[in-house]
Design a protein around this ligand. Sequence first.
Ligand code: DOR
Ligand code: ZN
Length: 376
Amino acid sequence: MPACCFAATRSWISHRPSSELVTRQRLVARMELSLTRPDDWHLHLREGELLQAVVPHSAKHFGRAIVMPNLKPPITTTAAAVAYRQSILKALPPDSAFEPLMTLYLTDNTSPEEIKLARRSGMVFAVKLYPAGATTNSQDGVTDIFGKCLPVLEEMAKHSMPLLVHGEVTDPNVDIFDREKVFIETILAPLLKKLPHLKVVMEHITTMDAVNFIETCSEGSVAATVTPQHLLLNRNSLFQGGLQPHNYCLPVLKREIHRQAIVRAVTSGSNRYFLGTDSAPHERRKKECSCGCAGIYNSPVALSLYAKVFEQAGALDKLEAFTSFNGPDFYGLPRNTSKIKLRKSTWKVPESYSYAAGEIVPMFAGETLEWSLFDD
Ligand code: DOR
Ligand code: ZN
């Protein structure tokens, strides 16, 4: 029996005579999913007013989240991570049990001692590798992974502290659509040869190359998070009817064959893949301008979209492992014990969310989605 409870309830709605029933009956299929409360293993919560605006959306759907450290300035120490955690807790709605799991931002100067402090804190669960210049607020990231960073990575391997990888090379001569593939070939594969005991999460994978690579790695040592956008959209979505800034994120959306490979991998039931939204809010004006920021805000729609992907693949029985089991199992954390329910009933995604400093436009703004969260 799959742990996921997939209940399809059908009820006949009609008060007409039975002869008409045959021709006029309407079948109402009411489908409900009961899932162990999911976690988000890759989330940007930001700071200040933006943090206050977005954290309730994550807290409503998810039990825990791995919180990205690419603030300005970045979270490079355990002390900063602990302070940031406090500000997240303060921004939560009353009675929320949402738990932020903190991360450190790796630099060429991070010390092995910092890893010991992080582990001892009980509040820091991973270290994020941004190749310097790869994405938003990554300018302080790593330039010398095989040199200056090696002692830190060795220390992480000792403590089973996962390295979370933004897997793109930054060489401007490499085509942007090839940067993940080249990263795997020139950085990740050699790194894992050097440090076979390092636990790695390939964040927000976008290519069949990433899927193929993960399948060659030993189980429990390399895993991947997958976003709703990389499961549902391909690179055409960036240009559909004109430039679509709200579909722009990094790594950038890829060709349809890559999307299909990721969907197949995730819906196969493999425990190497788990939910990580990479929800990355930016104020509307920072997206809709002459040099728009990378990042898709998907926290309010993510669960609905993951359910859609698994349903389309005929794999709803595999959804719960992806949303709620594979992540904590990889991190060595307990699975959540509470449940959430999704019901197949339509709802309209808001055009935007207003907050003190402006607006945030969510993924699929204004569109109708089929799966919705509901409380009894
Ligand atoms: O699209 C993205 N936005 N990709 C990242 O790696 C960073 C993120 C952000 O912080 O906005
Ligand atoms: Zn991210």
